[in-house]
Write a protein that binds this ligand. Sequence first.
Ligand code: C2E
Ligand code: MG
Ligand code: MG
Length: 747
Amino acid sequence: MPIKRISKSIVCFITISLSIVIILLFVFPFVHVYGAQDKDELIVGVPGDRCPIFYIDTETDEVTGIGIDLMRLAAENAGYIPVFRIIEEATLKDALDNERYDIVMPFGSAVKSSAGNASIVSENLFQTPFTLVTDGDGKLPALDKLKIGMLKSLAAGAETVKQLYPNVEIKMYDAMDDCINALRKGEVDALLHNSYIWSYVLQKPAYQDLKVQPSSVFSMDFRVGTLDSEKGRAVIERINSGIEKMPDTQRQAIILNYTSRNLYKYDLSDYVYKYGPFIAAGILLFAVVIAFFLQRIRIVKMQQEEKLRKVLDHDPLTGLLSLNGFKKKAVELISSHPDTPYFLSYNNIRDFKFINDSLGRDAGDDLLRFWAKKSMENISDDEAIGRITSDHFVVLRHIASDEHMQSDIENVFEPVKNFFIDRGKENKVQIVSGIYVLTPKDFRNIDIDHMIDLARVAEKRARESRKEDHVFYNPDQWERGKRIADIVNYLPTALKSGDIQVYYQPQVNYKTGQIISAEALCRWDHVKLGWLSPPGFIETLEDAGLIYDLDCFVWERVCQDLQRWNKQGIHRSVSVNVSRDDISDDIDIVNKFVGLLKAYDLTADQLRIEITETAYAEKPELLIETTQKLRSSGFRVEMDDFGSGYSSLHMLKEVPVDCIKLDLNFLTSSGDPKKSRTIISCVIQMVNMLDLELIAEGVETKQQADFLSSKGNNIMQGFYFYRPMPVEEFEKLGDRIDTFPLEKQKS
Ligand code: C2E
Ligand code: MG
Ligand code: MG
């Protein structure tokens, strides 16, 4: 074959092939279009939240269900390719107006669209039973009085119900949960919905208590609908032809296919509802176990810390506190016992090195352990002892009586000194001590190192002196501390034994010479310190927080005397002193005084209450309130020591008292006497103008009394008239004591 012919054949073949391809490319689309014309696409709008009728298959993400399969069958019978779209509108009636959908479903009958357009519906695809569901077993009212709840998306169905049962009241809700809440609250008697949907919804654990009413209320048709237009009618006609071709058996098979499947899927809330108590119990158990373990860890940690602390805070040889432990405990004790007089001693064994060298280290250790043991036996919980190094011991101890000291000597020092002698050896142990007595400043600013240093300075002096076995760093403080201890420690017994007595100092009307009242003043015949007048112990008791005990004792004694006099037919009045510390949030003195009146059957005018002016500076509001309460309970309140404080005039303005007590001692003891007289006469004038009463106390001379009288004040108290005296003496004054209220005695 010649080459030319071969190439001609190839060109011819390529040309024919290309022609065929071009023809195919042209013709195929037409064939396709022709085929499509044969099978039209039909957009069907459906709801997606009505399992098992319409729902989203979670595996394929496509809408499926009984309604979908039935419609697909009808549409395909009619030559359509159905495409299902979930409607975005709230109701089917809204969806009717949307041109996106060729048809919308399901409808029971033809309804007007939301925009008011008429619609047409297809033949019935299948008959759906509608069932009522109630809350529990509650009886349903008659149909014509029934209130039922339905989903808003079933608005078209609701219309059908209304047509069938005009008397039924229908309430529409957005979601199934809202329907069920309304049912539970009793807003509606029952809920109405498609039975197939109920079969799905009621599988939710939280809805288990809902009851399906046995007979279905009615059956509703299940049709497709579209707006009544030429196009719509054509589509419906075609669908109807498809529906006609649907065999009943196939419909039943579709329904059975969905209703027999277990489609309900638990969500989180279902699990919580169903297994909530178990989950809660599990969480609780877990929490308890965790808490238990955390607690254990904490305890173990604390125990370890405690152990470590003990190691750090204790001396392994003697079991006493180490320097660190002693300092900690000392700070604790001093801050929690601010009123206890303490001393800190620094103790040391003279020539301890010699003991170690001659008798051996073990003997030295035995001695130290013995000293520690004896000391521990002798001290109380609010005292501390520590070994800070070798043979150096520090002790924080109360300053108590001399007997206390004696017991230290007998029970600790003597046995320690004789430790070796008692064990058949000749060595006498010598202890030297330096003693530092804590001052008030040490309680305010606790510096243990500084205290130890000062005690050590004293110990050094004792060591160097070779004569003294103990030296005080501050002996004057020691005396002061001992005195405080003697006052504080002896108070309870003194109150019981009668060592504390009440004296009365008469108050007189200078013009008439009559005694109009008296002030109660306490006296203490101290077993150790001798005769004490109040300035010797009142402040100490105030500092120690014990003044209220003393005052209560005095008030009670005064009330006893007043009651006795009342019984003798003599109605007297007495002024009693109230310490500034009795004006406190912790003490209710008003109640106390009212109680005393009741207990001793007295009247309020018999007890006059002297409150010192200095109380105002510390707690003005409480003082004003207390004064008001006392006065409204009928007591007469007297401001004691007027002029002694810094804000006398201010207080005079603020505190509602009845009487001022002006102490001449404050004004006459120093300074220019002329000025004093001017001040006194001005005060008398001012007090008169304020319509208050005035008692001048501390009147010692006739001149003073005459001067006061000339300035218009005649009520006086002072040595010039009477000194404070025991009750027996006071009673002897007899007729000279008035029994009238003070008001009548005013000049
Ligand atoms: P006070 O309440 O101002 O009592 C008057 C003080 O002046 C009394 O002192 C009295 O003995 C003294 N006095 C009376 N006349 C004269 C005089 O002409 N010249 C001089 N120099 N002094 C005179 P006392 O009894 O020593 O009491 C002193 C303070 O102790 C009292 O001052 C009072 O504040 C307080 N006090 C006395 N007894 C008690 C009590 O039972 N409880 C309380 N909380 N304090 C009391
Ligand atoms: Mg007084
Ligand atoms: Mg006074």
